[in-house]
Design a protein around this ligand. Structure first.
Ligand code: NAI
Length: 341
């Protein structure tokens, strides 16, 4: 079978990890083209990784007829336009989350994606491909905790990244804490509960960094969600986690419960010293989800080669965004909000 030839746009914190996976860790795939704004980085990668094509223009990369698929890891405000351009130019497409930053563009791109059924489209909800999250799903399906009735999610970014996020958000619209950060949790809750969100009440504030108030955003936020089958979701998200990158999920069922990532351990080492028993924590998403980022892309390439479709669809992106927007509205108005059906 021929290798899938891929071009990637966006070589930042996450894009570079995807690029490395595409270039070296997936045997059925060849990273042929890289597109970014930094010419020095492009030249260095092309040289070091032996990548034949480099571009500073996305439109030019799309004219490369050797490519089969486009991988989008650019900032979120580009996703919808770049997905549309790539599909219309005849490529299979992987896009990082979120599907888009505005509801109108997200709903429009779903229609466009659905019109290109002959192409593989995949959205980067990689947690579904994390070994622990996938194992939890299997356990639930096998009845280990009875019927799931509540999903509780914590998503906290390390304090270390706070300053650079603020700089970014002061110049760009980030979507706000619920859409930017909790969108993975919204997807997981829908997946585990098998239902759509109906009503939400969200609150939050700027507790140690007042600048978030000026951005009309929360440094730490919480949302309580009622799902269509009567089940519940409890979501906490924050950007000021002192101990590291803390992603934790609990699924509470009628016959038990299940937790993933209760302590976001770096590895199996416990250090015993003057401070007591110390477990170091993972420091960022690249480290915590390294396996999931690789597995989701393996799935994307596998789907292209076999003509199958990934389990994650554009609809998943839309539904998670609808909930994200309802949270944002509730946070901004202080009202209980009905999620758009
Ligand atoms: P970043 O800001 O570190 O990197 C973005 C890169 O895109 C930069 O290198 C920038 O120069 C480049 N870029 C910007 N405009 C461009 C253009 N017009 N053409 C080509 N390149 C352009 O951002 P980061 O953190 O890597 O995030 C990228 C995307 O990945 C975002 O949409 C974010 O939401 C998503 N993300 C997903 C995560 C996940 O867990 N699935 C984790 C982190 C980010």
């Amino acid at each position: 079978m021929n290798k899938v030839k891929v071009g990637i746009v966006g070589l930042g914190r996450l894009g570079i990890q995807h690029a490395e996976n595409l270039a070296f860790r997936i045997p059925n795939c060849e990273l042929k083209a890289i597109c970014g704004l930094n010419k020095e980085q492009l030249a260095e990668l092309s040289d070091k990784w032996n990548i034949p094509y480099t571009y500073t223009s996305y439109e030019e990369m799309l004219q490369n007829s050797e490519l089969d698929a486009i991988f989008i890891a650019s900032p979120s405000n580009f996703h919808c336009d770049q997905i549309q351009q790539a599909l219309e130019a005849g490529y299979h497409v992987f896009s990082e989350k979120p599907l888009g930053l505005y509801l109108e563009e997200v709903e429009k791109i779903e229609t466009i994606i659905n019109r290109h059924q002959d192409k593989v489209f995949m959205l980067g909800f990689m947690r579904r491909y994390d070994d622990s999250y996938a194992y939890a799903k299997k356990q639930i399906e096998q009845g280990a905790i009875g019927e799931p009735v509540m999903v509780r999610c914590y998503g906290f970014d390390p304090t270390e990244g706070l300053e650079s996020f603020l700089k970014f958000a002061q110049k760009n619209y980030s979507g706000g804490i619920f859409l930017d950060m909790a969108v993975h949790d919204f997807d997981l809750a829908r997946w585990y509960l098998g239902a759509e969100a109906e009503q939400v009440w969200a609150i939050g504030g700027a507790y140690s960094v007042p600048a978030f108030t000026e951005l009309n955003d929360a440094e730490t936020g919480a949302a309580l969600v009622k799902f269509s089958n009567g089940t519940m979701g409890l979501f906490a998200a924050g950007r000021n986690s002192r101990h590291g990158y803390h992603i934790e999920t609990e699924i509470i069922g009628t016959k038990g419960s299940l937790r993933i990532g209760t302590v976001p351990e770096k590895n199996a080492v416990t250090i015993f010293n003057d401070a007591g028993a110390l477990k170091e924590c993972v420091s960022n998403f690249n480290e915590r989800f390294a396996q999931a980022y690789l597995s989701e892309v393996e799935e994307f390439i596998h789907c292209i080669q076999t003509g199958s479709k990934p389990a994650i669809t554009a609809k998943d992106g839309v539904q998670a965004s609808l909930l994200g927007y309802a949270c944002k509205e509730s946070f901004e108005t202080g009202e209980l909000v009905h999620v758009k059906a």
